[in-house]
Every structure is written in structure tokens, then in C-alpha cells.
Design a protein around this ligand. Structure first.
Ligand code: ZN
Length: 239
């Protein structure tokens, strides 16, 4: 089975479509939250995820977009974009976002947005945090997003090794690990191309991929929507 793992799409339909076009045929699509926020097409992204039968979890932006108090913790740009999103999303989009669970277990994998112990908020950015989360994981593997940085946190000799992937990097699914596909809609590792992961359960291998998309078209749509200019600019740099 080939399973695509997408995270932090952030209302970027052009990026999502570039990823789906590159994917080809897969047996399942899992998404790790932050479907909306920041970008210009929340309804379009949710419609596309429904169309392809994606299953997954909610992120902090999704919770805020449907009225959650999470918005109180957002920086001014993120907050402005969520308020814009709240004002515009269709009722069907809102209902779909509201139905997303905070955690989802699919065979050997636990899907969360932030971390297994704090699904909406915790950033896994250090080995001690990764180890603490891996220790309480009910499955062999954890899939998470939230940082917008692709990485593998692999258990090795009781400790954790951090392995940052590049386009085409693979990781053998032995032992236990936390895996982050990076962000489809707003990459932050200095590379503007969309990032995602494919799990091959027959070969027990995960592969990371990068796909360019029409960033200028997304930026033009964001400008038309009067979304904050810092959010528009950062897409050019992948920061
Ligand atoms: Zn995000």
C-alpha cells in the first residue's frame, strides 16, 4: 500500500493540487491538520480533500477557524487570517473541520498535528521532546506536523536521532519513530516547494518529496483577499 501524508496545507489549493498531481495513484491520503489558515482558499482545499477521501486530524488553525478560543494565542498575522477564514468559510467546510478528531490511529500509525501528548499545540523541535512523546506513543510510529519542517525522529539505543530529509530521502520503517512530512502550503525550511511524504507499507519505507507550485498565483489571490502582506511574502522564501 502507498499512503500519502500531507500536513499544514493552510488553504493553499494550488500547492495541494501540485502535490496531488505529482502523487499519482495512492491507496490512501492522510492529512495532519492545519488544513486552513494563512492562505486564500479554505473552501477549495476542504472540497478537494473530501473529493480524494483524505482522512486525518485537526490542527490549531482548524480549531480556531471553527470558533475555538485557540485564536487568542495567535500572532497578529495568523489571527487576521483566521478571522478572514471564519468570516468566509461555507457551512459544509465548517462542519467538516469540526468533525476532525485530535488524534487518529491507523494500523501502526498515530496521526496528530502537534505532538501525541499535546495534539494541538506542542512543537516537536528537540530530541528530549521527541523522546518523551515517542515513549507514550501507543503505536510504533507517530505522524505529526505543526513545525512545517520535514524531519524523522528515530529511536536508537534508547535515545533519539534527528534526520532532516531532502527531496527523495528515504527512511526505513524499523524500530520506532516520529515522522513529519513538512508543509504543503507554507514550507518553513528555506525551500519554497511543497513538502510531503509517501509511506510504502510493502517495502516498509517512507520517502519525502518536494514539488514546486505557482507561488505567484497564490500570492496574487492572497493580495486580492487582503490577507497580511507578511504571509504573502514568506511563501517566496519558504520561511
Ligand atoms: Zn501550520
Amino acid at each position: 500500500m502507498r499512503i500519502a501524508v500531507l500536513s499544514d496545507i493552510h488553504s493553499n489549493l494550488i500547492a495541494l493540487d501540485a502535490v496531488l498531481a505529482r502523487l499519482g495513484s495512492v491507496d490512501a491520503i492522510w492529512q495532519l491538520g492545519d488544513v486552513v489558515g494563512y492562505g486564500p482558499e479554505p473552501d477549495g482545499v476542504v472540497a478537494r480533500l473530501r473529493e480524494v477521501g483524505a482522512v486525518g486530524v485537526r490542527g490549531n488553525h482548524d480549531a480556531a477557524a471553527v470558533g475555538g478560543s485557540e485564536v487568542e494565542w495567535f500572532n497578529p498575522d495568523a489571527r487576521a487570517a483566521i478571522e478572514w477564514t471564519r468570516d468566509r468559510i461555507a457551512s459544509g467546510t465548517k462542519a467538516w473541520l469540526e468533525a476532525l478528531p485530535e488524534r487518529l490511529v491507523e494500523s501502526d500509525y498515530t496521526l496528530v498535528h502537534g505532538s501525541p501528548r499535546e495534539p494541538l499545540w506542542e512543537y516537536i523541535t528537540s530530541s528530549p521532546v521527541a523522546l518523551a512523546n515517542l515513549t507514550l506513543l501507543p503505536t510504533r510510529f507517530g505522524l505529526h506536523g505543526h513545525t512545517h519542517l520535514p524531519i524523522a525522529w528515530a529511536e536508537e539505543d534508547g535515545g533519539i536521532v534527528a534526520i532532516p530529509p531532502v527531496d527523495g530521502s528515504t527512511f526505513d520503517l524499523a524500530g520506532r519513530a516520529l515522522l513529519n512530512p513538512g508543509s504543503v502550503g507554507q514550507p518553513r525550511d528555506g525551500i519554497p516547494d511543497s513538502s510531503y511524504m509517501v509511506i510504502d507499507t510493502d517495502r516498509d519505507v517512507v520517502t519525502w518529496h518536494r514539488v514546486p507550485y505557482d507561488i505567484e498565483a497564490v500570492q496574487a489571490a492572497m493580495q486580492r483577499a487582503r490577507l497580511p502582506s507578511r504571509l504573502v511574502q514568506r511563501l517566496s522564501y519558504g520561511i
